[in-house]
Design a protein around this ligand. Structure first.
Ligand code: HEC
Ligand code: HEC
Ligand code: HEC
Length: 452
């Protein structure tokens, strides 16, 4: 018995050592410094300006800036299922930031997901998309970051549970979910299409939210951009499915949405608000058109299975609640007021299998909207009312999607209402007569910054 145990222990240690060796071997990549002629002062300035624009396309500022903090100085908490990761300071402060890094070091971070000391970085940093960014572009971003005024600020230490706090474990994650690669353009496609794909798959890291995740929170590659849930918001299907995706949108509709945060079909909300605010609204029309052209070329994702008709009782309850609280803006027939209040009839997000965004927007409303006054929160309504209303809008006016349960509302309420921002904007429409909307004081406590 004892012998067996000893043998088992030896096997385990050997197995672990082999595993470690294997992981090290497959992830022992580095980038070589490259010899390049020194840049003239004009070329250096042009490189920095190019990098500034690319950093916008990569939305680096969104994660690397904490609420009220200096841009790029870090400290924003990213809540992952394994604990909290704090985005570090990427201004060139020598002690707390990336002072002392070279542009090659920044390229290594983006291309391989490793820091200056070649330690693996957590995939909360979107390096599995940024890997596609060309070396020239990555170094330009580096040159831009290194040209910023250094800010002395140390981001808090990550709070991760064992064994996720061991960086070496990330080699295992990378083994299953990451291949360092550069973007390969498709010569059979126009340059604009290739530019769009380069931006969507690389710097734009659209798939970070819009692609469904596997159990390790890596991308399900076969369902690229078919819609996924990140931070309890459902990021829409961006394929050309007419029911759940962008099938009815023109390229112009996509450009308008990314530029302004809204169009006749939809307004940006949830985590998309920050993407538009810090990134796409500041991109050139040419790049937005390239993104739109590429997205419109994606084949439609599969149609959702038809969902059974919800019970009449639930539909009646939902309709009554909808007509009382929502019809002022979204109109009784769900057509909304295009450009102001999005239509819910035929809205792809209503037809999505996953109801996270519908429940979430009802519980939390929207803050800092890009268009108009946003949507008030309805956290004061019961789980049953919110479930019935969600079910009703997902199954009226031609929409069809699985009914929403009270339990699903209850579960999300526990998570999002705690984090929900104060609804600074009072509802523009009169609040429901019997159940007044919460005033600022009654509203749930202020939230940490919207994280991504
Ligand atoms: C989705 C959030 C997110 C976005 C977007 C993001 N980062 Fe980060 N970044 C992080 C996090 C979190 C870390 C720390 C990971 C860790 O602790 O392992 C990090 C780490 C880094 C590091 C390593 C710093 C160090 O001290 O080790 C660099 C460099 C960096 N990011 C640059 C960028 C650039 C450039 C962009 C834009 C192209 C960007 N990041 C966009 C979240 C993000
Ligand atoms: C941090 C997460 C996140 C990232 C990154 C992100 N999105 Fe989104 N996006 C969302 C969420 C959540 C929604 C659903 C809410 C809404 O409609 O605004 C959304 C909605 C959209 C919509 C509207 C779809 C509809 O049917 O209403 C478009 C178009 C879109 N995103 C395009 C993009 C593109 C292009 C990129 C990359 C450049 C991108 N998104 C990156 C989270 C994200
Ligand atoms: C004061 C006007 C107003 C009222 C009242 C209102 N909404 Fe909204 N709603 C909006 C706006 C505006 C948006 C778009 C998000 C933004 O711009 O912040 C929106 C977005 C939505 C969305 C997301 C649509 C999409 O494209 O994915 C849903 C779902 C929704 N509302 C449902 C409701 C329901 C259900 C009610 C009633 C409980 C309601 N709304 C009441 C203004 C309103």
């Amino acid at each position: 018995m004892k012998k067996l145990l000893v043998r088992g222990a030896i096997a385990l240690v050997l197995g672990a050592a082999l595993g470690v060796g294997f992981l090290w071997a497959v992830d022992n990549k580095d980038v070589a410094a490259r010899e390049a002629a020194p840049l003239s002062p004009e070329q250096k300035l042009a490189q920095i300006e190019h990098g500034r624009y690319l950093a916008i396309a990569g939305d680096c500022v969104a994660c690397h800036t904490r609420e009220g903090g200096e841009e790029f100085a870090g400290g924003l908490p990213l809540l992952t299922p394994f604990g909290t990761i704090y985005a570090p300071n990427i201004t060139p402060d020598p002690e707390t930031g990336i002072g002392g890094w070279s542009t090659t070091d920044v390229y290594r971070a983006l291309h391989l997901g490793k820091d200056k000391e070649k330690r693996n970085l957590y995939p909360a940093f979107s390096y599995h998309y940024y890997t596609k960014v060309s070396r020239t572009d990555a170094e330009a971003i580096g040159a831009y970051l290194l040209s910023l005024a250094p800010v002395k600020y140390e981001a808090p230490k990550n709070k991760l549970a064992f064994p996720f706090n061991i960086r070496f474990m990330l080699k295992g994650w990378n083994l299953f979910n990451f291949r360092p690669e550069h973007f390969k353009s498709d010569p059979s496609k126009p340059a604009q299409w290739n530019r769009g794909k380069y931006l969507v798959d690389g710097l734009g890291h659209c798939g970070a939210c819009h692609t469904p995740k596997n159990i390790m929170f890596g991308d399900v590659g076969s369902k690229n951009l078919q819609g996924g849930v990140v931070e309890h918001w459902f990021a829409s299907d961006l394929t050309n499915n007419k029911k759940t995706g962008l099938g009815n949108w023109t390229e112009e509709d996509i450009v308008t949405f990314l530029k302004t945060g809204g169009n006749n079909y939809s307004n940006a909300y949830g985590t998309m608000t920050d993407v538009v605010r810090h990134s796409t609204s500041q991109m050139t029309d040419g790049d937005l058109r390239a993104i739109a052209l590429y997205l419109k070329s994606l084949p439609a994702g599969p149609d959702p299975k038809p969902s059974p008709k919800p019970s009449d009782a639930v539909m009646k309850l939902g309709q009554a609640a909808y007509e009382k609280s929502c019809a002022d803006c979204h109109v009784a027939d769900g057509t909304g007021i295009p450009g102001l209040y999005p239509p819910l009839a035929g809205n792809p997000n209503m037809n999505a299998k996953d109801p996270s965004s519908v429940i979430h927007i009802l519980l939390a409303g929207t803050t800092k909207p890009l268009m108009g006054e946003g949507m008030p929160n309805y956290a004061n309504l019961s789980d049953a009312d919110i479930a019935a209303m969600s079910t009703y809008i997902r199954n009226s006016w031609g929409n069809n999607a699985p009914a929403v349960s009270e339990g699903a509302v209850k579960k999300l309420r526990k998570i999002v209402v705690k984090h929900a921002p104060k609804t600074a904007e009072a509802p523009a429409a009169p609040p429901p007569a019997s159940e007044p909307a919460p005033t600022a004081e009654e509203a749930p406590e202020a939230a940490p910054a919207e994280t991504k």
